[in-house]
Design a protein around this ligand. Sequence first.
Ligand SMILES: Cc1ncc(C[n+]2csc(CCOP(=O)(O)OP(=O)(O)O)c2C)c(N)n1
Ligand SMILES: [Mg+2]
Length: 288
Amino acid sequence: MADATDGMLPNRTLANKTLADRAYHIRRNAVRMGEVQGQGYIAQALDIADVLAVAYFHAMRYRPEDPDWEGRDRFLLSNGHYAIALYAAMIEAGILPEDELETYGCDDSRLPMSGMAQYTPGMEMSGGSLGVGLAIAVGKCLGLKRKGSDSFVYTLFSDGELDEGSVWEAIMAAAHHRLDNLIAIVDINNMQADGPSTQVSNFEPLVEKLEAFGWFVQRVDGNDLDAVREAFDAAKVHMEPVPRMIVADTLLGKGVPFLEAREKNHFIRVDAHEWALALEALEAGRDT
Ligand SMILES: Cc1ncc(C[n+]2csc(CCOP(=O)(O)OP(=O)(O)O)c2C)c(N)n1
Ligand SMILES: [Mg+2]
């Protein structure tokens, strides 16, 4: 199990920032990337920043300077349109250089709008077609076990992906294979392209369903850093040989009140003058 003393996490140990600082910088990086395109999946990046802060600065074992290091924990982004959030976290982690955020979504950039493994260091899978990341994670877990690895596979997916049958097949397969090296996080922001997810295709009661499939399930406020950190810790040390799911309830646009309040916030357009206001709002909300 990695910890801050094992020499594998120089960025975390040297910078001495709190998780709240990390989450702030992830949100800031995402807003700056959003400004490059003037629009995008900004509200999702803001809602998932706390989960990514805990994943990259508390839970996961990796080497920023060597993203392909065999002993790393894997992070599979199933909802490829959340790439803006993952780039923001990987920039903060030192896996990607900060000045590259100015290329987000541009021709020839290593940071395309949907996650692409062949372009981006640290990106473990290509996204775009939703509903497949959990199944890929199941395969990676089986492969790592076969190799005798103690690495965890983390995968993030979204509540809209619960509409996909392939997700439920993977949920069943992970339990069947007793994949205790799998930690899945589902972002319940109750939004998808066609409106609130529970109104498009209701997945509740989600905890009970996942437990019935044989998973260890925790449901937390995904914007409460302490709760998220405790959930990741519990997922890692849980004794039963079963896969682990963190159901994270989040708020779209979290940290920027005028984006939290924006009505249609799956893919938002932000006026030119609002980007600076968004950064100001993040700054104003620090440590509150
Ligand atoms: C298989 C598949 N179907 C449809 C889409 C188009 N699509 C892109 S994002 C999205 C919404 C998915 O829901 P979710 O990720 O929960 O939305 P968000 O929380 O980002 O608003 C859809 C339907 C896709 N990328 N892949
Ligand atoms: Mg959603």
